[in-house]
Design a protein around this ligand. Structure first.
Ligand code: 5GP
Length: 211
């Protein structure tokens, strides 16, 4: 029996190229029934194979800035030449549904979420080695040499931020990483501060039944 029935806000973060997206997809393939993904908004051009409204909401810079002015983002950041943000309405919709809400965002955005949502669970996904990350970025084939170097520089700066997170998960194998995240979610539900009220409620019910 799960004592805490409220969905958790889980942030998957980590350096660009670490495979956050692949891990997230594996997590949804295996455990997707109770999960919702927060679709971000971005001004980045669409990559081949990406679908508007599924991978991202692709918008113009003007549209993005308008939404900033309206206070429409839980968090947003300007990252390697483009804006990325988590629309507030996505978050509210998902948390109301009782499912775990999974955000996949870069480290600056994660810091903003943690400041606003104290209960959020933050997970830093790391590569098994720096070289593994460089190789991944180079072979992804989605960025120019300049953009790859920009992302490598950024990743190097971000490695040191791991201490700010609740958990660190090594992406040595995608399915293992997804399993570890699922285990973290289960453990978080059992945290005393999340489940104690429900537990007392249950005790109260039992007492009533014994009378
Ligand atoms: P990409 O261009 O490779 O899809 O994403 C670049 C980076 O932006 C990745 O680290 C990705 O996790 C992050 N990102 C995606 N959506 C959001 C978002 O809504 N907010 C923030 N802060 N970062 C995001």
């Amino acid at each position: 029996m799960k004592l805490n029935e409220r969905g958790l806000l889980v942030v998957l973060s980590g350096p660009s190229g670490v495979g956050k997206g692949t891990v997230r997809k594996a997590l949804f393939d295996e455990y997707g029934k109770n999960l919702t993904y927060s679709i971000s908004m971005t001004t980045r051009p669409m990559r081949p194979g990406e679908v508007n409204g599924k991978d991202y909401y692709f918008v113009t810079e003007d549209e993005f800035k308008k939404k900033i002015m309206e206070g429409g983002f839980l968090e947003y950041n300007y990252f390697c030449g483009n804006y990325y943000g988590t629309p507030m309405d996505e978050v509210e919709k998902a948390l109301n549904s009782g499912k775990e809400l999974i955000l996949e965002i870069e480290v600056n955005g994660c810091r903003q979420v943690k400041e606003k949502m104290l209960d959020a669970v933050t997970i830093f996904i790391v590569p098994p080695s720096r070289e593994a990350l460089y190789e991944r970025l180079k072979h992804r084939g989605t960025e120019s040499d300049y953009q790859i170097q920009e992302r490598i520089n950024k990743a190097n700066a971000e490695f040191g931020l791991a201490y700010q997170y609740d958990y660190i998960v090594v992406n040595d194998d995608v399915n293992n990483a997804a399993d570890r995240i699922s285990a973290i979610i289960r453990a978080e539900h059992a945290r005393t501060r999340r489940s104690i009220y429900k537990y007392y409620e249950l005790l109260g019910d039992e007492e009533d039944e014994q009378k």
